[in-house]
Design a protein around this ligand. Structure first.
Ligand SMILES: NC(=O)c1ccc[n+]([C@@H]2O[C@H](COP(=O)([O-])OP(=O)(O)OC[C@H]3O[C@@H](n4cnc5c(N)ncnc54)[C@H](OP(=O)(O)O)[C@@H]3O)[C@@H](O)[C@H]2O)c1
Length: 352
């Protein structure tokens, strides 16, 4: 039996995009034997350049592009003009960028009836109009909320099953989990932030993590799946630094962050007064979404999970006494790429 030929265009050739290309090449034999599928990569696009070939690149060419990007070089010496309209029929457009600049491409792809796979959460956490256009049965976005952990597919199954999802709680940021654990152990906040940055747990600007916005975007995606018609501004977000510090450079912020030691110590002490443990948690329920520091029982699901792991707890009508829980490693470029590849295969099978 002939293999299903599935064209794929990849936007973003950073850590996740490069790992995805390697996974596609490494999984050829398995896809052929198990899924009767061959992924034909017809294009790679980064922020400055693009390479496109409707016939699909050879594996040697794909690995050479990856090696080129790893050395910090562009994909090609020039940036060819390309259009969604010229992509082969049934192409799956994969977004592994961290940019909203891809949204016009994604919207055009949807308008053409193409499939879309997102690791990039910005389009789905943007205006509701983007969500309405992108989040349908011809899209997959498993890795936007906990990398390859099956959070989105589990919620989808719960919703399809007729169960009532009453509340979702999630510790969705390994970085904030690390900081919460450090605070609980009495470490000064400033020192904990600097340690997290030195260990590579934070973004180059740690305020991107400390703002809570990344966790808020993940929570908003889950809430929108529940049917909540909310914008990001409707999410109650507890940032772990005051807004005035946004005006500082990264270096100035890292110098000034020790001024938060005492207020953060007091906040952590207040939340853990009755022997509770500190977590940075998203709570979605009763039409509202909130992300911030909370004290939780050490025996609770959120309290038992290792702080650097992600955990999502679904409280539903059918899973009430013992809620359905997904936990494990919720970050990392290679594992995220695996989740993206799973989405591509799932969508290819659904669209054929
Ligand atoms: N890393 C994780 O653990 C993880 C987990 C879940 C989800 N994700 C999501 O996965 C995405 C990728 O993460 P990453 O770690 O791979 O990021 P990254 O290393 O910063 O790579 C981003 C890539 O996107 C490209 N890009 C930027 N703007 C673009 C545009 N307008 N058009 C086309 N390409 C563009 C960049 O191009 P240049 O190469 O030219 O700069 C780069 O290749 C992010 O949205 C992230 O939130 C990551």
């Amino acid at each position: 039996m002939a293999l299903l030929d599935q064209p794929v265009l990849i936007l973003g050739v950073g850590g996740v995009g490069r790992a995805l290309v390697r996974h596609i090449v490494a999984a050829r034999a398995r896809h052929a034997a198990r899924n009767r599928l061959r992924l034909r990569v017809v294009g790679l696009v980064d922020s400055r350049s693009a390479v496109l070939d409707q016939q699909g690149f050879s594996d040697e060419a794909l690995l050479a592009f990856v090696a080129c990007k790893e050395q910090g070089l562009p994909l090609a010496s020039e940036n060819p003009h390309w259009r969604v309209a010229d992509l082969p029929a049934r192409t799956i457009v994969v977004d592994t960028t961290a940019s909203e600049a891809t949204v016009p491409i994604l919207l055009e792809a949807k308008a053409r009836g193409l499939g879309v796979v997102l690791a990039n959460k910005l389009p789905l956490a943007g205006p509701l109009a983007w969500w309405d256009a992108l989040a349908d049965e011809r899209s997959r976005w498993e890795t936007t909320c906990g990398a390859a952990l099956p959070v989105i597919s589990t919620l989808d199954t719960l919703l399809n099953s007729g169960d009532d999802v009453l509340r979702i709680e999630g510790a969705l940021s390994g970085t904030l989990g690390f900081l919460a654990a450090q605070l609980e152990q009495g470490a000064p906040f400033g020192a904990a932030v600097r340690e997290a940055k030195t260990k590579g747990y934070t973004e180059p600007d740690p305020r991107q993590d400390l703002s809570g916005l990344d966790a808020a975007r993940k929570a908003l995606i889950l809430a929108r799946m529940l049917g909540y018609r909310l914008e990001l501004r409707d999410v109650a977000v507890e940032a772990l630094y005051p807004a005035e510090m946004d005006a500082l450079s990264v270096e100035q912020f890292l110098d000034a962050v020790d001024t938060l030691d005492e207020p953060m110590r007091a906040r952590a002490a207040a939340l853990t007064r009755e022997g509770q443990t500190l977590r940075y948690v998203a709570t979605i329920g009763d039409g509202c979404v909130r992300v911030g520091l909370v004290g939780v029982s050490r025996e609770s699901t959120l309290g038992r999970v290792h702080t650097s792991d992600s955990v999502v707890v679904f409280h539903t009508r059918d899973f009430s006494d013992n809620p359905l829980t997904i936990s494990g490693r919720g970050a990392g470029q290679a594992v995220t790429a695996s989740g993206v590849l799973g989405d591509i295969v799932s969508l290819a099978q659904a669209l054929c």
